[in-house]
Design a protein around this ligand. Structure first.
Ligand SMILES: *Cc1c(COP(=O)(O)O)cnc(C)c1O
Length: 386
């Protein structure tokens, strides 16, 4: 089949990059588990850590098609993708500007590793474009953003960031995990390197760990060179699982996004909820910006329980929605950032980042909205009674 951007999104999800079963004509890609391949010439040496087994190569094409880029690479985790991308473009003496609110693992990676390599970094004060400019230096090589961000669903202006970086010859990287390729394609706005924790929406069933990068041929080549040294390739069994998961990416994420809008509106009108953070709500301060760069507003919501409703008790009272650290599965989950992801910060630091004790991050799944609403209603009643 001819692979082009013109294919519909579901056709892309199902077919692009499939490995043809020439031997038995099976309906799905055969799984090539070999770690050793005979070579006809020395140019093509297939090997898992070279990211070039048949299943890896096929899946890379699907990921590139989903993100509207020339090429892709798949890793064993989101952090393997993030660390490999950063180390591919940064060397001793280089400087990177990073958005203040980013995934905790990325924050830890920068905080614990960069000093060892002599890489300098600065964090912005906010996700506003004005805060990036003053931090740029002669040696700034990378600008790193994440939007929507975790856990308050802040929105960074992707077009403005890439314009600023292009003017100065700086590479831009985005963590596009929360939006997924269904709701946001940063390469269309000029971002160079698009990164995903495929453990989240791309996998979507809370059963695989993986990471992905989408970028130009030239940039993928550069990341690949560092990648074969760091060795963060994904096992071919999981590559196959990820291909299978991506076939329903659009169906899943569309439904989750639709549900999330209903849930956000319900929560906004609930007297026991003080505040809702969702880029799809008109009350979100960057709603217009989100509208200009997202195709859908995603399925992550955060909300603040009214004073007197304990976050832990509320989550334990939920019967259908599971309290869980991770996100983006078919099943709805919640997490209390103050008690988990941000527990190591002091209360003062947490409050300065807008993370109150009653804040709940809600990953909306595919269950019927009336069932989710009923679960939240009963959990609030049970918590107030207790
Ligand atoms: C989970 C996550 C990561 C890290 O991915 P892993 O697969 O756990 O390594 C990075 N960024 C975001 C936004 C995430 O949610």
């Amino acid at each position: 089949m001819k692979e082009s951007k013109k294919l519909g999104i579901n056709t892309t999800c199902v077919h692009v990059g499939e490995v043809k079963d020439e031997q038995f004509k099976g309906a799905v890609s055969p799984m090539y588990m070999a770690t050793s391949y005979a070579f006809d010439n020395v140019d093509v040496k297939r090997y898992p850590r070279y990211f070039n087994t048949p299943n890896q190569e096929g899946l890379c094409r699907k990921i590139a098609a989903l993100e509207h880029t020339e090429n892709g690479l798949i890793f064993s985790s989101g952090m393997a993708a993030i660390s490999t991308a950063m180390l591919a473009f940064l060397k001793k003496g280089d400087h990177v500007v990073i958005q203040q609110v980013i995934y905790g693992g990325t924050y830890n990676f920068v905080a614990t590793e960069f000093e060892k390599y002599g890489i300098e970094y600065s964090y912005t004060e906010s996700d506003k474009i004005e805060d990036f400019l003053p931090l740029l230096k002669e040696n700034t090589k990378v600008l790193y953003i994440e939007t929507p961000s975790n856990p308050l669903l802040g929105i960074t202006d992707i077009k403005a960031i890439s314009a600023l970086a292009k003017e100065k010859g700086i590479i831009t990287m985005i963590d596009n995990t929360f939006a997924s390729p269904i709701n946001q394609n940063p390469a269309d706005f000029g971002i160079d390197i698009v990164i995903h924790s495929a453990t989240k929406y791309m996998g979507g069933h809370s059963d695989i760990s993986a990471g992905a990068i989408a970028a130009s041929k030239e940039h993928i080549e550069l990341i690949w060179k560092t990648g074969i040294n760091l060795g963060g390739n994904l096992s071919d069994f999981t590559v196959w699982m990820l291909e299978r998961s991506l076939k329903t990416l659009n169906l899943r994420v569309k439904e989750q996004t639709r549900n999330a809008k209903i849930m956000a509106e319900y929560l906004e009108n609930n007297p026991n909820i003080d505040r809702v953070y969702y880029p799809g709500l008109k009350s979100h301060p960057q709603h217009e910006l989100a509208k200009s760069q997202m195709k859908g507003f995603g399925a992550m919501i955060s909300f603040e329980l009214a004073e007197g409703i304990d976050a832990m008790k509320f989550q334990n009272a939920l019967e259908l929605i599971k309290p869980s650290m991770s996100l983006a599965g078919l099943e709805s989950t919640t997490v209390s950032p103050a008690q988990t992801t941000h527990a190591l910060l002091s209360e003062e630091e947490r409050l300065s980042r807008g993370i109150r004790d009653g804040l709940i991050r809600f990953s909306v799944g595919i269950e019927e909205d009336e069932d989710l609403i009923a679960d939240i209603e009963q959990a609030i009643r049970a918590t107030i009674r207790s």
